[in-house]
Design a protein around this ligand. Structure first.
Ligand code: PMP
Length: 350
């Protein structure tokens, strides 16, 4: 696909959009008496609008991620980026999108909000990538394909070769959500972005970076797609405190904690099959395990009554009988395993 093909995928009203120009777009200096933005002159620490382009933060994240800043978008969580791709590429009531199922629930919610039909294609055996079925479900009005690798809630990363071949063959925009990539040996496709003009990669600081409360999601894509996202976003989508706090937090390395989570994932995954009520523990490339048990509702209720909250995914298509368990601190995982032992012995909390 070339850049002209990509342009044809953009909604005509977005292609023609004249974006809002902020007071700080007009004057870009940092010194002077600011009487341009109708702010309060009394200092509170936050009386000035934040940088709408997040220049300092983008420079730092771009350096860490090894991509040019022009290929980076920052959003109020990945959830903002998910909504934006619908608004940029899909005409409501006309265009459609395709996604794997089960996957992260927000893709479907964002499709519904934007009045875009979502065609959900079940994963293959052992949660494999259903490449042919995804392509077969697409038609001339299909604008987006949502992939998530490692996938939530199945936990598996799809083989890079399969992802690359699908991105090359899909005649629209491929959104690849890599929220959990830091926990996977397979790594990220972001360094290969120049090969794929139709690829948008999402990552987030909510998982491995431990900053879910600050709400910072990232999208990596061609400078053209990043310009569209920047045009359509709210002008001040990343607030001042998030910009400052994230800049500081990024000085803290995450490798040690990621290695610990991965080590604990191996430990918990190895311990679970010993319980008689555990039917299956799916291999995970993420910071959680999908576990199929005899009676998911009963086990969920037991853990809850014992003060341990997991996610009951048993009513999600393809996940019958499954709980999704996030890997916590060693002490928290100890408590989980103790509680499972009590459940096995019949010492059930209700
Ligand atoms: N993508 C996936 C695959 C997720 O599982 C989640 C959170 N559960 C998110 C994105 C949300 O990311 P953020 O906190 O950046 O909105």
């Amino acid at each position: 696909m070339n850049s002209q093909d990509i342009e044809q995928l953009v909604r005509p009203n977005i292609r023609a959009l004249c974006p809002y120009s902020t007071a700080r777009d007009e004057y870009q200096g940092t010194l002077g008496i600011f009487l341009d933005a109708n702010e309060s002159p009394y200092p509170t620490g936050y009386n000035r609008y934040p940088d709408p382009h997040q220049k300092a933060l983008k420079a730092k994240i771009a350096a860490i991620k090894g991509i040019p800043a022009e290929s980076l978008f920052l959003g109020n969580g990945s959830d903002e980026a998910i909504d934006l791709v619908f608004r940029i590429f899909c005409t409501p009531g006309v265009d459609n999108a395709v996604a794997i199922e089960p996957s992260y629930g927000m893709y479907n919610v964002a499709a519904d909000i934007n009045d875009v039909e979502m065609r959900r294609i079940p994963l293959g055996p052992d949660f494999s990538l259903p490449a042919e079925a995804l392509l077969a479900a697409s038609d001339t009005h299909t604008r987006l394909l949502f992939l998530c690798s490692p996938n939530n809630p199945s936990g598996n990363a799809f083989p890079t070769g399969e992802l690359v071949s699908l991105i090359r063959r899909f005649p629209g925009i491929v959104v690849l959500d890599e929220a959990y990539a830091d926990f996977s040996g397979q790594g990220s496709l972001r360094t290969r972005l120049p090969e794929f003009p139709n690829l948008v990669i999402f990552q987030t600081l909510s998982k491995a970076y431990g900053l879910a409360g600050l709400r910072l999601g990232m999208a990596f894509a061609s400078p053209y797609i990043i310009r569209l996202m920047s045009m359509v976003k709210y002008p001040y989508n990343i607030n001042q405190s998030t910009q400052e706090l994230v800049l500081k937090a990024l000085d803290r390395p995450i490798d040690g904690q990621v290695a610990e989570i991965v080590g604990q994932r191996t430990r918990v995954a190895a311990a679970l099959p010993a319980f008689g009520f555990v039917r299956r523990v799916w291999p995970s490339d993420a910071n959680f395990l999908l576990v199929q048990v005899d009676d998911a509702d009963a086990l969920y209720a037991h853990l809850l009554a014992d003060g341990i909250i997991v996610r009951n995914r048993s009513r999600v298509s393809g996940c019958a009988g499954c709980l999704r368990i996030t890997i916590g601190l060693t002490s928290e995982n100890d408590r989980l395993l103790q509680s499972l032992q009590a459940y096995e012995k019949g010492d059930i909390h209700r």
